[in-house]
Design a protein around this ligand. Structure first.
Ligand code: PBG
Length: 328
């Protein structure tokens, strides 16, 4: 019996050769840290289902931002938890809202050394927990909602956000936000579209963290059906045509086929959001024993890059940076 000519193991025995032929990489510069800022608390509070993740006060958030800068993380994405909610979610576009205040404070603290990305959605701000305003039948009213996303975007950009990230999966939301920003003279503010966002059970811990669990029903009338891969490309294409600057697929791990498709179909910069449930799952697995946290997290995030993600929104951003620094 003859051996094949090619012997892949020749390139695996020597660590320098392994590193020379490595096809994907992971670095601090690829990561965005999601953060929660609450105006309903006096001191930062750990999210029970997400050990190591906190609801921050504006001041403790400044420390987190400074830490991110020191670690080489290029940006954070901000989720706000208001002290008061109403049916419209009107504190989302309030100049004195929790996100707007945090943005101004962060900009003052970190200058231009960190990208400030503002999640633009209403679920944290509505008393019913849905991502938009409701019709009399209790459905989310698409067109009334995108007008509110547009107002929210303008107020966030005026408060200092570099990038607006609409996450509500309403039809036409990117176009509505783009034209409102342009009309307000905010042509330089970029849009990161949650272009293919699936109705996922992996958002469970986030809904505790952001206090935005829907009070009735679910989000399946606006977020995508997890079964649909081709439809994801149509969703992304609409956002590209509407003027999205940056694209995103969410969640990450269970949807890497969609990430790969998106990479092959579109040239725009592409991100993935490794969501709260992915974080909780890996933490719980490691705490239960059997999974080595560092190795598992580095492997899963490398897999997101291998699938084609240019950047990753991940609650592990700081841990990953520390581990990469240790490894040298
Ligand atoms: C909606 C929003 C959600 C997440 C980000 N933006 C929750 C949802 O759609 O129910 C989830 C993020 C995560 O799970 O980490 N504003």
């Amino acid at each position: 019996m003859s051996f094949p000519e090619e012997r892949p193991r020749r390139l695996r025995g020597n660590p320098l050769l392994r590193s020379l032929v490595r096809e994907s990489s992971l670095s601090a510069r690829d990561l965005i840290l999601p953060v929660f800022v609450s105006e309903a608390i006096e001191t930062r509070r750990e999210v029970p289902t997400m050990p190591g993740v906190f609801q921050e006060t504006t001041e403790s958030l400044v420390k987190v931002a400074e830490e991110a800068v020191a670690l080489g993380i290029p940006g954070i994405i901000l989720f706000g938890i208001p002290a008061r909610k109403d049916a419209q979610g009107s504190f989302a576009w309030d100049e004195q809202g929790v996100v707007q205040r945090a943005l101004r404070r962060l900009r003052q603290a970190v200058g231009e050394s960190l990208l400030l990305i503002a999640d633009d959605c209403l679920d944290e701000f509505t008393d019913h927990g849905h991502c938009g305003v409701l019709t009399e039948h209790g459905d989310v009213d698409n067109d009334a909602t995108i007008a509110l996303y547009a107002k929210t975007a303008v107020s966030q950009a005026a408060a200092g956000a570099d990038v607006i990230a609409p996450s509500g999966m309403m039809d036409g939301q990117v176009a509505a936000i783009r034209s409102a920003l342009d009309e307000a003279g905010l042509e330089q503010t970029a849009i990161l579209a949650y272009a293919a966002k699936f109705a996922s059970s992996f958002y469970g811990p986030f809904r505790d963290a952001a206090e935005c669990r829907p009070q009735f029903g679910d989000r399946r009338s606006y977020q995508m059906d997890p079964a649909n891969r081709r439809e994801a490309m149509r969703e992304i294409e609409m956002d590209v045509l509407e003027g999205a600057d940056l694209l995103m697929v969410k969640p990450a791990l269970p949807y890497l086929d969609v990430v790969l498709d998106a990479r092959q179909h579109f040239d725009q910069p592409l991100g993935v959001f490794s969501v709260s449930g992915e974080y909780a799952m890996l933490r719980a697995g490691a705490a239960a024993g059997g999974l080595e946290l560092k190795d598992t997290v580095l492997e899963t995030h490398l897999a997101m890059r291998r699938a084609g993600a240019d950047f990753i929104l991940t609650y592990f951003a700081r841990d990953i940076c520390r581990w990469l620094e240790e490894a040298g």
